[in-house]
Design a protein around this ligand. Structure first.
Ligand SMILES: NC(=O)c1ccc[n+]([C@@H]2O[C@H](COP(=O)([O-])OP(=O)(O)OC[C@H]3O[C@@H](n4cnc5c(N)ncnc54)[C@H](OP(=O)(O)O)[C@@H]3O)[C@@H](O)[C@H]2O)c1
Length: 318
Protein backbone atom coordinates (compact mmCIF):
# COMPACT_ATOMS: atom_id res chain seq x y z
CA UNK A 1 0.00 0.00 0.00
CA UNK A 2 1.25 3.52 -0.72
CA UNK A 3 2.23 5.58 2.33
CA UNK A 4 -0.31 8.15 3.56
CA UNK A 5 0.30 11.75 2.49
CA UNK A 6 1.24 13.99 5.44
CA UNK A 7 1.07 17.78 5.84
CA UNK A 8 4.40 19.62 5.90
CA UNK A 9 5.21 20.99 9.38
CA UNK A 10 4.70 24.61 8.30
CA UNK A 11 1.01 23.90 7.59
CA UNK A 12 0.50 22.41 11.05
CA UNK A 13 2.33 25.23 12.82
CA UNK A 14 0.50 28.09 11.08
CA UNK A 15 -0.82 30.58 13.63
CA UNK A 16 -4.63 30.58 13.43
CA UNK A 17 -5.41 33.07 16.21
CA UNK A 18 -8.19 35.37 15.05
CA UNK A 19 -9.57 32.76 12.63
CA UNK A 20 -12.99 31.16 13.17
CA UNK A 21 -13.79 27.59 12.08
CA UNK A 22 -16.88 25.38 12.06
CA UNK A 23 -16.36 21.61 11.93
CA UNK A 24 -19.46 19.45 11.42
CA UNK A 25 -19.45 16.02 13.03
CA UNK A 26 -16.73 17.16 15.43
CA UNK A 27 -17.64 14.69 18.17
CA UNK A 28 -16.15 11.72 16.32
CA UNK A 29 -13.45 10.42 14.00
CA UNK A 30 -11.92 12.80 11.49
CA UNK A 31 -14.02 15.77 12.63
CA UNK A 32 -12.81 15.48 16.22
CA UNK A 33 -9.13 15.38 15.24
CA UNK A 34 -9.63 18.25 12.78
CA UNK A 35 -11.27 20.42 15.46
CA UNK A 36 -8.51 19.59 17.95
CA UNK A 37 -5.70 20.47 15.55
CA UNK A 38 -7.33 23.75 14.46
CA UNK A 39 -7.80 24.68 18.15
CA UNK A 40 -4.19 23.73 18.88
CA UNK A 41 -3.08 26.19 16.21
CA UNK A 42 -5.16 28.95 17.84
CA UNK A 43 -8.40 28.99 15.81
CA UNK A 44 -11.74 29.58 17.56
CA UNK A 45 -13.61 26.40 16.74
CA UNK A 46 -17.34 25.65 16.72
CA UNK A 47 -17.98 21.94 17.18
CA UNK A 48 -21.22 21.34 15.27
CA UNK A 49 -22.66 18.14 16.70
CA UNK A 50 -25.90 16.22 16.50
CA UNK A 51 -25.37 14.97 20.07
CA UNK A 52 -24.59 18.04 22.17
CA UNK A 53 -23.64 16.13 25.33
CA UNK A 54 -21.12 14.06 23.38
CA UNK A 55 -19.81 17.26 21.80
CA UNK A 56 -19.30 18.77 25.26
CA UNK A 57 -17.46 15.66 26.46
CA UNK A 58 -15.17 15.71 23.43
CA UNK A 59 -14.55 19.46 23.91
CA UNK A 60 -13.43 18.69 27.47
CA UNK A 61 -11.01 16.12 26.04
CA UNK A 62 -9.58 18.78 23.72
CA UNK A 63 -9.29 21.29 26.58
CA UNK A 64 -7.44 18.70 28.68
CA UNK A 65 -4.84 18.47 25.93
CA UNK A 66 -4.98 22.09 24.74
CA UNK A 67 -5.86 24.26 27.76
CA UNK A 68 -5.94 27.42 25.62
CA UNK A 69 -8.50 25.95 23.17
CA UNK A 70 -11.26 28.39 22.26
CA UNK A 71 -14.23 26.09 21.62
CA UNK A 72 -17.99 26.26 21.51
CA UNK A 73 -20.46 23.43 20.99
CA UNK A 74 -23.61 23.95 18.95
CA UNK A 75 -26.30 21.50 18.03
CA UNK A 76 -26.58 20.62 14.35
CA UNK A 77 -28.66 17.78 12.90
CA UNK A 78 -27.98 17.71 9.18
CA UNK A 79 -30.94 15.39 8.73
CA UNK A 80 -33.33 18.15 9.74
CA UNK A 81 -33.28 21.42 7.78
CA UNK A 82 -34.92 23.31 10.66
CA UNK A 83 -31.92 22.32 12.80
CA UNK A 84 -29.55 23.54 10.06
CA UNK A 85 -31.36 26.89 9.97
CA UNK A 86 -31.38 27.17 13.77
CA UNK A 87 -27.65 26.41 13.85
CA UNK A 88 -26.86 29.08 11.25
CA UNK A 89 -29.13 31.66 12.94
CA UNK A 90 -27.48 30.99 16.30
CA UNK A 91 -23.96 31.15 14.91
CA UNK A 92 -24.62 34.35 12.97
CA UNK A 93 -26.28 35.99 15.97
CA UNK A 94 -23.09 35.48 17.97
CA UNK A 95 -20.35 35.80 15.36
CA UNK A 96 -19.75 38.05 12.39
CA UNK A 97 -16.89 36.10 10.82
CA UNK A 98 -16.14 32.61 9.51
CA UNK A 99 -12.86 31.63 7.87
CA UNK A 100 -13.08 27.83 7.67
CA UNK A 101 -16.20 25.79 7.08
CA UNK A 102 -15.38 22.09 7.29
CA UNK A 103 -18.35 20.09 6.00
CA UNK A 104 -17.16 16.82 7.50
CA UNK A 105 -20.12 14.96 9.06
CA UNK A 106 -21.43 11.95 7.22
CA UNK A 107 -23.09 8.58 7.26
CA UNK A 108 -22.24 5.54 5.12
CA UNK A 109 -24.21 2.59 3.81
CA UNK A 110 -27.21 3.28 6.05
CA UNK A 111 -30.34 1.15 5.97
CA UNK A 112 -33.08 2.64 3.78
CA UNK A 113 -34.51 5.69 5.50
CA UNK A 114 -35.56 9.31 5.24
CA UNK A 115 -34.52 12.56 6.90
CA UNK A 116 -37.06 14.75 8.68
CA UNK A 117 -37.67 16.57 5.39
CA UNK A 118 -38.28 13.35 3.46
CA UNK A 119 -34.91 13.09 1.71
CA UNK A 120 -33.14 9.74 1.37
CA UNK A 121 -30.84 9.62 4.44
CA UNK A 122 -27.40 9.68 2.78
CA UNK A 123 -28.05 12.38 0.18
CA UNK A 124 -29.98 14.29 2.86
CA UNK A 125 -27.28 14.24 5.55
CA UNK A 126 -24.12 14.09 3.45
CA UNK A 127 -25.12 16.61 0.77
CA UNK A 128 -28.39 18.53 1.24
CA UNK A 129 -27.89 19.41 4.93
CA UNK A 130 -24.37 20.68 4.21
CA UNK A 131 -25.59 22.44 1.07
CA UNK A 132 -28.11 24.51 3.04
CA UNK A 133 -25.58 25.15 5.81
CA UNK A 134 -23.06 26.48 3.28
CA UNK A 135 -25.62 28.71 1.57
CA UNK A 136 -26.68 30.24 4.90
CA UNK A 137 -23.07 30.99 5.88
CA UNK A 138 -21.84 32.13 2.48
CA UNK A 139 -22.21 35.91 2.98
CA UNK A 140 -20.24 35.71 6.21
CA UNK A 141 -17.53 33.58 4.56
CA UNK A 142 -17.25 36.17 1.80
CA UNK A 143 -17.04 39.03 4.30
CA UNK A 144 -14.30 37.12 6.14
CA UNK A 145 -12.19 36.30 3.05
CA UNK A 146 -9.67 34.83 2.66
CA UNK A 147 -11.79 31.86 3.70
CA UNK A 148 -12.21 28.20 2.75
CA UNK A 149 -14.96 25.62 2.44
CA UNK A 150 -13.74 22.03 2.69
CA UNK A 151 -16.27 19.36 1.71
CA UNK A 152 -15.32 15.90 2.95
CA UNK A 153 -16.17 13.45 0.18
CA UNK A 154 -14.69 9.99 -0.42
CA UNK A 155 -12.87 7.98 -3.08
CA UNK A 156 -16.17 6.07 -3.14
CA UNK A 157 -17.61 8.92 -5.25
CA UNK A 158 -15.85 6.96 -8.03
CA UNK A 159 -17.06 3.49 -7.08
CA UNK A 160 -18.29 2.17 -3.73
CA UNK A 161 -18.19 -1.60 -3.30
CA UNK A 162 -18.86 -2.11 -7.00
CA UNK A 163 -21.48 0.67 -7.32
CA UNK A 164 -20.42 3.52 -9.60
CA UNK A 165 -21.04 7.02 -8.22
CA UNK A 166 -23.69 8.68 -10.38
CA UNK A 167 -26.25 11.39 -9.67
CA UNK A 168 -29.79 10.49 -10.69
CA UNK A 169 -31.68 13.77 -10.47
CA UNK A 170 -34.89 12.01 -11.55
CA UNK A 171 -34.65 9.68 -8.57
CA UNK A 172 -32.24 11.23 -6.07
CA UNK A 173 -34.12 9.60 -3.17
CA UNK A 174 -34.41 6.03 -4.52
CA UNK A 175 -38.19 6.19 -4.78
CA UNK A 176 -38.37 4.53 -8.22
CA UNK A 177 -35.40 2.15 -8.02
CA UNK A 178 -34.39 -0.45 -5.49
CA UNK A 179 -32.53 1.13 -2.58
CA UNK A 180 -28.87 0.18 -2.29
CA UNK A 181 -26.80 1.55 0.59
CA UNK A 182 -23.54 1.66 -1.40
CA UNK A 183 -25.09 3.21 -4.51
CA UNK A 184 -26.67 5.87 -2.32
CA UNK A 185 -23.37 6.57 -0.51
CA UNK A 186 -21.52 6.85 -3.83
CA UNK A 187 -24.17 9.26 -5.14
CA UNK A 188 -23.94 11.43 -2.02
CA UNK A 189 -20.14 11.55 -2.13
CA UNK A 190 -20.17 12.48 -5.82
CA UNK A 191 -22.62 15.24 -4.85
CA UNK A 192 -19.96 16.46 -2.37
CA UNK A 193 -17.35 16.68 -5.13
CA UNK A 194 -19.73 18.51 -7.49
CA UNK A 195 -20.90 20.82 -4.70
CA UNK A 196 -17.33 22.02 -4.07
CA UNK A 197 -16.70 22.37 -7.81
CA UNK A 198 -19.83 24.45 -8.44
CA UNK A 199 -19.30 26.52 -5.30
CA UNK A 200 -15.76 27.37 -6.42
CA UNK A 201 -17.10 28.62 -9.73
CA UNK A 202 -19.68 30.85 -8.04
CA UNK A 203 -17.09 32.15 -5.58
CA UNK A 204 -14.51 33.11 -8.20
CA UNK A 205 -12.86 36.40 -7.25
CA UNK A 206 -14.33 36.48 -3.71
CA UNK A 207 -11.31 35.09 -1.86
CA UNK A 208 -13.33 32.09 -0.65
CA UNK A 209 -11.88 28.80 -1.92
CA UNK A 210 -13.99 25.62 -1.99
CA UNK A 211 -12.47 22.16 -2.45
CA UNK A 212 -13.41 18.54 -1.75
CA UNK A 213 -11.42 15.86 0.03
CA UNK A 214 -11.00 12.09 0.33
CA UNK A 215 -9.54 11.53 3.82
CA UNK A 216 -8.31 7.95 3.24
CA UNK A 217 -9.65 4.72 4.67
CA UNK A 218 -9.69 5.76 8.32
CA UNK A 219 -10.38 3.90 11.56
CA UNK A 220 -13.53 5.74 12.77
CA UNK A 221 -17.17 5.01 13.61
CA UNK A 222 -18.21 5.28 9.96
CA UNK A 223 -18.51 1.52 9.40
CA UNK A 224 -21.18 1.17 12.10
CA UNK A 225 -23.85 0.28 9.52
CA UNK A 226 -21.54 -2.08 7.64
CA UNK A 227 -19.82 -4.22 10.28
CA UNK A 228 -20.50 -4.75 14.00
CA UNK A 229 -17.99 -3.09 16.34
CA UNK A 230 -16.65 -6.42 17.65
CA UNK A 231 -15.86 -7.56 14.09
CA UNK A 232 -14.11 -4.28 13.36
CA UNK A 233 -11.88 -4.71 16.39
CA UNK A 234 -11.08 -8.35 15.53
CA UNK A 235 -10.22 -7.50 11.91
CA UNK A 236 -8.39 -4.25 12.74
CA UNK A 237 -4.81 -5.58 12.25
CA UNK A 238 -5.84 -7.08 8.92
CA UNK A 239 -7.54 -3.84 7.83
CA UNK A 240 -4.42 -1.88 8.82
CA UNK A 241 -2.39 -4.19 6.55
CA UNK A 242 -4.91 -3.50 3.79
CA UNK A 243 -4.31 0.27 4.11
CA UNK A 244 -6.66 1.52 6.82
CA UNK A 245 -5.04 4.47 8.59
CA UNK A 246 -5.45 6.05 12.03
CA UNK A 247 -7.52 9.25 12.50
CA UNK A 248 -4.41 11.49 12.59
CA UNK A 249 -3.36 10.33 9.10
CA UNK A 250 -7.00 10.52 8.04
CA UNK A 251 -7.17 14.18 9.03
CA UNK A 252 -4.14 15.30 7.00
CA UNK A 253 -5.99 15.94 3.74
CA UNK A 254 -8.69 18.04 5.41
CA UNK A 255 -6.04 20.08 7.23
CA UNK A 256 -4.03 20.56 4.06
CA UNK A 257 -7.14 21.65 2.13
CA UNK A 258 -8.09 24.05 4.93
CA UNK A 259 -4.67 25.56 5.58
CA UNK A 260 -2.07 25.11 2.82
CA UNK A 261 -1.47 28.35 0.88
CA UNK A 262 -1.26 26.66 -2.56
CA UNK A 263 -4.88 25.40 -2.31
CA UNK A 264 -6.06 28.87 -3.34
CA UNK A 265 -4.56 28.17 -6.77
CA UNK A 266 -6.87 25.14 -7.21
CA UNK A 267 -10.47 26.25 -6.57
CA UNK A 268 -12.96 23.42 -6.91
CA UNK A 269 -10.24 20.76 -6.91
CA UNK A 270 -10.35 17.33 -5.29
CA UNK A 271 -7.69 16.45 -2.71
CA UNK A 272 -7.15 12.78 -2.04
CA UNK A 273 -5.35 10.77 0.61
CA UNK A 274 -4.41 7.24 -0.51
CA UNK A 275 -7.56 5.53 -1.80
CA UNK A 276 -9.09 2.77 -3.88
CA UNK A 277 -10.01 3.92 -7.36
CA UNK A 278 -11.03 2.06 -10.49
CA UNK A 279 -7.90 3.51 -12.07
CA UNK A 280 -5.30 2.03 -9.74
CA UNK A 281 -2.70 4.60 -10.81
CA UNK A 282 -4.68 7.07 -8.65
CA UNK A 283 -4.46 4.99 -5.47
CA UNK A 284 -1.45 6.92 -4.11
CA UNK A 285 -3.71 9.99 -3.87
CA UNK A 286 -2.65 13.55 -4.61
CA UNK A 287 -3.05 17.10 -3.34
CA UNK A 288 -4.80 17.86 -5.66
CA UNK A 289 -5.78 14.73 -7.64
CA UNK A 290 -7.70 14.66 -10.88
CA UNK A 291 -10.61 12.39 -10.01
CA UNK A 292 -10.73 9.32 -12.26
CA UNK A 293 -14.53 9.50 -12.28
CA UNK A 294 -15.84 11.13 -15.48
CA UNK A 295 -18.91 12.23 -13.50
CA UNK A 296 -16.73 14.35 -11.21
CA UNK A 297 -15.89 16.53 -14.22
CA UNK A 298 -19.46 17.03 -15.41
CA UNK A 299 -19.94 20.82 -15.15
CA UNK A 300 -23.49 20.64 -16.49
CA UNK A 301 -24.48 18.14 -13.79
CA UNK A 302 -22.79 20.28 -11.12
CA UNK A 303 -24.96 23.21 -12.21
CA UNK A 304 -28.13 21.09 -12.33
CA UNK A 305 -27.41 19.60 -8.92
CA UNK A 306 -26.91 23.10 -7.53
CA UNK A 307 -30.27 24.30 -8.87
CA UNK A 308 -32.05 21.12 -7.74
CA UNK A 309 -30.47 21.32 -4.27
CA UNK A 310 -31.58 24.95 -3.86
CA UNK A 311 -35.14 23.96 -4.61
CA UNK A 312 -35.08 20.95 -2.31
CA UNK A 313 -33.78 22.92 0.68
CA UNK A 314 -36.33 25.67 0.13
CA UNK A 315 -34.13 28.40 -1.32
CA UNK A 316 -35.25 30.28 -4.37
CA UNK A 317 -33.94 28.95 -7.65
CA UNK A 318 -30.76 30.75 -8.76
N1 LIG B 1 -13.53 6.81 7.76
C1 LIG B 1 -13.30 6.61 6.46
O1 LIG B 1 -12.66 5.62 6.06
C2 LIG B 1 -13.79 7.61 5.45
C3 LIG B 1 -13.45 7.40 4.10
C4 LIG B 1 -13.90 8.30 3.15
C5 LIG B 1 -14.66 9.37 3.54
N2 LIG B 1 -14.99 9.55 4.85
C6 LIG B 1 -15.83 10.72 5.22
O2 LIG B 1 -15.29 11.36 6.35
C7 LIG B 1 -16.32 12.06 7.04
C8 LIG B 1 -16.18 11.84 8.54
O3 LIG B 1 -16.46 10.51 8.84
P1 LIG B 1 -15.68 9.66 9.95
O4 LIG B 1 -14.93 8.63 9.24
O5 LIG B 1 -14.97 10.54 10.89
O6 LIG B 1 -16.91 8.91 10.65
P2 LIG B 1 -17.57 9.00 12.08
O7 LIG B 1 -16.57 8.73 13.14
O8 LIG B 1 -18.77 8.11 12.00
O9 LIG B 1 -18.02 10.50 12.18
C9 LIG B 1 -19.13 10.99 11.45
C10 LIG B 1 -19.66 12.23 12.13
O10 LIG B 1 -20.81 12.68 11.38
C11 LIG B 1 -21.83 12.96 12.31
N3 LIG B 1 -23.18 12.87 11.77
C12 LIG B 1 -23.80 11.78 11.25
N4 LIG B 1 -25.07 12.08 10.96
C13 LIG B 1 -25.26 13.38 11.30
C14 LIG B 1 -26.35 14.27 11.25
N5 LIG B 1 -27.56 13.89 10.81
N6 LIG B 1 -26.18 15.54 11.68
C15 LIG B 1 -24.99 15.95 12.16
N7 LIG B 1 -23.92 15.15 12.25
C16 LIG B 1 -24.05 13.89 11.82
C17 LIG B 1 -21.64 11.91 13.41
O11 LIG B 1 -22.37 12.31 14.54
P3 LIG B 1 -23.06 11.22 15.53
O12 LIG B 1 -21.98 10.78 16.45
O13 LIG B 1 -24.17 11.98 16.16
O14 LIG B 1 -23.58 10.10 14.65
C18 LIG B 1 -20.13 11.99 13.57
O15 LIG B 1 -19.77 13.07 14.37
C19 LIG B 1 -17.64 11.56 6.44
O16 LIG B 1 -18.16 12.56 5.58
C20 LIG B 1 -17.24 10.34 5.64
O17 LIG B 1 -18.08 10.10 4.54
C21 LIG B 1 -14.55 8.72 5.82
Amino acid sequence: MPKPLMCPPEVLSQDLHGRRAIVTGANSGIGFVTAKQLAKQGASVTLACRKEAEGRARADEIRAEVPSADLEIRKLDLGDLSSVRAFADGYLADHDSLHLLINNAGVMNTPEGKTTDGFETQIGVNHLGHFLLTELLLDTLEKSAPARVVVVSSCYHDKAMGREGVIDLDDLHFEHRKYEGWASYAQSKLANVLHAKQLAKRLEGTGVTAVSVHPGWVRTELMRHTMPAWMQSVTRPFMAMMGMVEPWEGTQTTLYAALAPDVEAHPGAYYSQTGTYRDKSKNAGGWPLESPSPHAHDDAMAQRLYEHSRQLVGLESA
